[in-house]
Design a protein around this ligand. Structure first.
Ligand code: PEP
Length: 248
């Protein structure tokens, strides 16, 4: 039995005041014991979020980390620094990083290795573009991204995969529960081929315009173990409703 994970990706949004407001709502509501809940603010808001979430069931994550452990890498933040700041999670290979920052599969693999070495739990994002889906290449793309990131890693403890079809992110378009389930089952099949990994235990969460009104249907699918939520995670009520839907 996999425990659902609902994670808010706040992207490049917010002020200290809005972080206070959003977390006041989420922390006072609490999180059900049957669901792991996390929020991922921008780097500069992480210390504030960690202090506001202290003693609550909410964990804090980052949206990215460096592929290097430390050194002359201006502007980068190392995975160990995130751990030191109180982060439990890090999102890696988000499609916006791949699209706007040219992150390759090799770079995602290097970031994953750095995250695992630092002991932070990675959420590795994969997903096809609309063109790739229409060309019948969705599975090929996702398999390439998975292999590229995961193959050869020394250990994949605490790994979470987020399937985020690029055409569904921030567009209001959602994969149908059947489309999402089919890809999640495909992903689990790919994980089964990796040595030393218990694929049945790995959480595969869905991301792409998850909202309170579509979350329950998605979570009812056998291989959907929660959600990575963008836009709707900026509204405490909406995010709480998605968390509630994950309780089943
Ligand atoms: C995301 O960016 O990870 C995401 C899923 O965004 P949205 O929910 O807004 O589509």
């Amino acid at each position: 039995m996999r425990k659902p994970l609902v994670m808010g990706n706040w992207k490049m949004h917010g002020t200290r005041a809005s972080v206070h407001k959003l977390l006041a709502g989420l922390v006072s509501e609490g999180a059900p014991a049957s669901v792991d809940v996390a929020v991922c603010p921008v780097f500069v808001h992480i210390p504030l979020a960690v202090s506001l979430c202290e003693g609550s069931a909410l964990a804090v994550g980052a949206q990215d980390c460096s592929h290097m452990a430390e050194g002359a890498y201006t502007g980068e933040v190392a995975a160990a620094m995130l751990v030191d700041s109180g982060c439990h999670w890090v999102i890696l290979g988000h499609s916006e990083r791949r699209q706007y920052h040219g992150e390759s599969d090799d770079m995602v693999a290097a970031k994953l290795a750095a995250a695992l070495a630092a002991g932070i739990a990675p959420v590795v994002c994969v997903g096809e573009t609309r063109d790739e889906r229409e060309a019948g290449e969705a599975e090929y793309t996702v398999a390439r991204q998975l292999q590229g990131a995961l193959r050869g890693q020394a250990s994949l403890h605490s790994l979470v995969i987020a399937y985020e079809p690029v055409w569904a992110i921030g567009t209001g378009l959602t994969a149908t529960p059947e489309q999402a389930q089919a890809m999640h089952a495909f992903i689990r099949g790919q994980l089964e081929a990796l040595p030393g990994l218990d694929a049945a235990a790995v959480r595969v969460v869905y991301g792409g315009s998850v909202k309170p009104d579509n979350a329950a249907e998605l979570f009812a699918q056998d291989d959907i173990d929660g959600a990575l939520v963008g836009g709707a995670s900026l509204d405490a009520q909406d995010f709480q409703a998605i968390v509630a839907a994950a309780q089943g």
